[in-house]
Design a protein around this ligand. Structure first.
Ligand SMILES: [Zn+2]
Length: 618
């Protein structure tokens, strides 16, 4: 069986993993790339598989970067079920309908722009097409990363005196579907050799067919350092217990068969609200801790990830044959924090053959809860004292509910004055309704508040705005007041309108409470930019910009290490349940580089997969 990393590989968005066995093919998450144009353009490259041949989609949670491409994949022919917890099904329907609507609006705006200013439209179009070509190359590089693994395997076998033409290994199933290509990056030999697996960890055995010696680009990887992994001293006497994934096929062969050029209409929405609505019929709600067979030979159990309502860590038991050996795979999804309000802590999982762990906050620690609350209180008091405005850009789902929960607690504790709060996100208020409908997912503290007849998700003086007109009218409200608006990274949504009004207002405070993706406006502001570009105009930043990381819905580095450490605690390397490889996903390169050595220090073998890289699991 093999696994391909179709998203959240050296980035934090676009989570999507394709698992192929001898009798089933499933996707784990099917998320949208978000953030800078170079990220979002990745949504436009052709699907790496035939959606009609995917048996099921397993969804970890309802954030757009995990579920956002489902309507696109359904529209493209996927006919199977989308398995998710009941809370996720409800939240995902909000997220996807909103996404369809936004894409429609965006597309219409593009058409207007084209009519209004054809020269500028052409410039943007060229930029997008260039970015798309780069994304295509990047995807091909990822597949090449796999290819180098094959090279190394072939070279190793060759030096062991084995034949390189027919290893006797049964041809491994080529992933379903076809990869299509704009330019053929294989012309450039430099694409090879950029990355390969640690040859030391390759399993001994017959070589894979492929990467033939006649291909000048396929240079066998050097085998120096092919010693036993340091993590496993047992491997000196026994066969290596740690088995690294290998490439599953010859990606070159797959590419050669594909048409060279494919025309894509970049201005068309990937899907619209009607497509999103139609895709909802595929969703199937399941309970936590209940195993189901999602495809022949693939059994899934969802356990609480404590990230947003309904979020799950997915545990799989996977077997190629009915009576064949079984592998246990664990997909962390997005891991929440321990001890945060409303939701339970992430579930401890202890055994797996392979683990995928998110790494959003690799190398970083959140401040303690008391400090986060103090920072929030300080910001509220600051705007109260100066008749200002507090603007909190926030993800509609999860973060908003948590911030409102904390504001409510601070008022009850007498730590902040009661200011008017505008909850300017229709999606956030709908998401809060879903939270209210699922007290079964709450942690003990919130359950106790509910039992005491408190309404833990309601702020006492809050106005929910329903339309754009009400949103605009907030600017005329008597100060001081607070606005919580989405989206959290300032890449769009109503929050941008408020930023326009407040960016040069010294009495305003912009308070970031969540992760700001690389290249986003939020990241620039957070980094202390003194000017920003809004609506094509350069604007001075005169408002205060503050950040709190403790409201993050993501585990910080210590929490990630403690979660992954559960797989190593109390067992010797190589025993059953000791992961053969921990794949570090869902993180920017710096975060991954910071986290990796610390996971290695636990004795675990790690790998940071490239986008589109394929690994064989055995
Ligand atoms: Zn998430």
């Amino acid at each position: 069986m093999h696994l391909q990393f179709l998203g959240a590989a050296t980035t934090v968005t676009g989570s999507q993993y394709l698992l192929t066995t001898e009798r089933a093919t499933i996707l784990i998450d099917c998320g949208m790339f978000q953030g800078s144009p170079n990220e979002s353009i990745r949504n436009r490259i052709p699907l790496a598989y035939d959606p009609a041949r995917i048996d099921a989609i397993l969804l970890t949670h309802a954030h757009l970067d995990h579920c956002g491409l489902i309507p696109h994949v359904v529209k493209s022919g996927f006919k199977g079920p989308v398995w998710a917890t009941k809370g996720t099904v409800e939240l995902a329907s909000l997220v996807l309908l909103d996404s369809g609507k936004l894409q429609d609006e965006f597309s219409k705006r593009q058409v207007r722009r084209e009519k209004h200013d054809p020269a500028k439209a052409a410039m943007f179009d060229k930029r997008d097409r260039d970015a798309l070509a780069s994304a295509e190359e990047l995807a091909a590089d990822g597949v090449d990363g796999s290819l180098n693994t094959a090279d190394a395997a072939a070279a190793r076998a060759a030096t062991a005196g084995e034949s390189n033409d027919d290893g006797g290994l049964p041809p491994v199933a080529v992933p379903v579907g076809e990869r299509r290509h704009f330019d053929d990056p294989r012309q450039d030999a430099g694409h090879f050799g950029s990355r390969r697996f640690d040859a030391a960890l390759l399993i001994p055995g017959p070589p894979l067919e492929a990467s033939s010696a006649s291909d000048p680009a396929a240079i066998p990887a050097p085998l120096s350092g092919a010693s036993a992994p340091s993590a496993s001293s047992a491997s000196e006497i026994a066969p290596p217990a740690i088995v690294a994934p290998r490439v599953a096929r010859d990606p070159e062969q797959a590419l050669v068969k594909q048409p060279a050029i494919l025309d894509i209409e970049l201005d068309e929405p990937l899907y619209d609200a009607a497509d999103a609505q139609a895709s909802l019929a595929s969703f199937r709600g399941i309970d936590y801790d209940t195993e189901i067979e999602v495809a022949p030979g693939i059994h899934a159990t969802y356990v609480d990830a404590g990230h947003i309502l309904g979020s799950a860590i997915i545990r799989l038991r996977v077997a190629d044959q009915d009576d064949g050996p079984e592998l246990r795979l664990v997909f962390s999804g997005d891991l929440g924090r321990t001890g945060t309000p409303i939701l339970r802590d992430p579930t401890v999982v202890t055994d797996a053959d392979y683990v995928l762990i998110e790494s959003t906050y690799g190398g970083r620690e959140h401040e303690p809860e008391a400090e986060s609350n103090q920072l929030l209180a300080d910001a509220v008091k600051l705007v109260a004292d100066h008749d200002g405005v507090l603007l909190v850009p926030s993800f509609a789902i999860g973060r908003t509910q948590e911030v409102v929960w904390e504001l409510h607690r601070l008022i009850e504790a007498g730590k902040i004055p009661l200011l008017q709060l505008f909850l300017d996100s229709p999606m956030a208020s709908k998401a809060s309704d879903v939270y209210r409908r699922h007290p079964d997912y709450y942690d003990a503290e919130t359950t106790a508040l509910l039992a005491a007849h408190d309404a833990p998700l309601d702020y006492p003086k809050q106005t929910i705005t329903n339309d754009a007109k009400q949103s605009e009218a907030i600017a005329q409200a008597p100060r001081p007041y607070m606005i919580v608006a989405s989206n959290g990274m300032l890449t769009g949504g109503r929050v941008v309108g408020h930023l326009r009004n407040l960016v040069d207002d010294p009495s305003a405070v912009i308070l970031f409470v969540g992760y700001q993706g690389e290249g986003t406006l939020g990241a620039h502001l957070q980094a202390g930019a003194t000017t920003i570009k809004l609506d094509g105009q350069v604007r001075r930043v005169r408002c205060q910009v503050r950040s709190i990381s403790g409201f993050s819905a993501h585990a910080d580095e210590s929490e990630l290490l403690s979660w992954i450490g559960n797989f190593a605690t109390g067992k010797a390397p190589g025993v059953s349940g000791w992961p053969k490889t921990v794949f570090i996903v869902h993180g920017d390169p710096d975060a991954q580089a910071a986290l990796e050595p610390k996971i290695k220090a636990l004795g675990l073998h790690t790998h940071i997969p490239l986008w589109h890289e394929i690994v064989e699991l055995a």
